[in-house]
Write a protein that binds this ligand. Structure first.
Ligand code: KIV
Length: 272
């Protein structure tokens, strides 16, 4: 019997592990606000990520670097209010955990205390070992993120596929084993070759969630605004658009403007 058929009331990190064991794929999406979180949760999404991609899609920045811890907490609070079932994971933003494990723990604790979210996500492996271990030691569930890690975009210089060369693939192989050993409950694998994602997904017991990692990770994640076609210009190969909401919203707005200008709205029935 699959996890879904058992009608799980609340998704926990343990449920995700059971889904991997049972071969049931995990569906994860981003959310940054109450209304969207409600819809996605009611649709049955397993994990909602309050991603630092809010910096791009909500605030219009070019990268994820500018978003602050306070802004992430605001988004997380709104999402948590809209959720009954999904596990809510929040990105620790750039500058809130690298190079200082005490600061990392303080950031994670602020997110957990002030938003009511269930877990945090950090980008990186061995190089952020102390931060991950310290957060885990406080009982805060941690999700890892390997491959293309957008907070390091100025180190990479480009958003191309990562770990195509054996040397970088080997580092990723080691990092994912370390994340598992330290106690992370899952890991996002972003934009790496599908063969590598499939291989490492088999070497760990924790669920892997892919974005641009092919079909053989234990789950998939997309940025909701991309999936819904609210963003238009971003068209990577891994993205499947399930709607064209940019056009739907634009057309509805044009219709409204037309009605207002023509004094066709509100009608008598819409007035008191
Ligand atoms: O911030 C984000 O949306 C993410 C996903 C792309 C995994 O980290």
């Amino acid at each position: 019997m699959s996890v879904h058929q058992k009608d799980i009331k609340r998704i926990t990190t343990h449920v995700l592990r059971a889904m991997k064991e049972q071969g049931e794929k995990i569906a994860m999406l981003t959310a940054y606000d109450y209304s969207s979180a409600r819809i996605l949760d009611e649709a049955g999404i397993d994990v909602l990520l309050v991603g630092d991609s809010a910096s791009n899609v909500m605030a219009g920045h070019e990268t994820t670097l500018p978003i602050t811890l306070d802004q992430m907490i605001y988004h997380a609070q709104s999402v948590v209010r809209g959720v009954k079932r999904a596990l809510v994971v929040v990105d620790l933003p750039f500058g809130s955990y690298q190079g200082d494990s005490k600061k990392a723990l303080a950031s994670a604790i602020r997110i957990m205390k002030e938003s009511g979210a269930h877990a945090v996500k950090l980008e990186g492996g061995e190089e952020i070992k102390d931060s991950i271990k310290r957060i885990l030691s406080a009982g805060v569930p941690v999700m890892g993120h390997l491959g293309l890690t957008p907070q390091s975009i100025y180190k990479f210089g480009t958003y191309v596929v990562r770990a195509k060369q054996e040397e970088e693939a080997d580092i990723l192989r080691k990092d994912i084993k370390l994340l598992e050993k330290w106690g992370c409950f899952g890991v996002v694998l972003e934009k790496i070759p599908a063969t590598l994602a499939a291989e490492v997904s088999k070497t760990v017991a924790i669920p892997t969630i892919g974005i641009g990692g092919g079909p053989d990770t234990d789950g998939q994640v997309l940025v909701t605004h991309d999936l819904l076609g609210i963003t238009k210009e971003f068209n990577p190969r891994f993205l499947r658009r399930y709607a064209s909401l940019f056009d739907v919203i634009k057309e509805a707005t044009e219709h409204y403007i037309k009605d207002v200008k023509a004094n066709d709205f509100p009608s008598k029935k819409e007035s008191y």
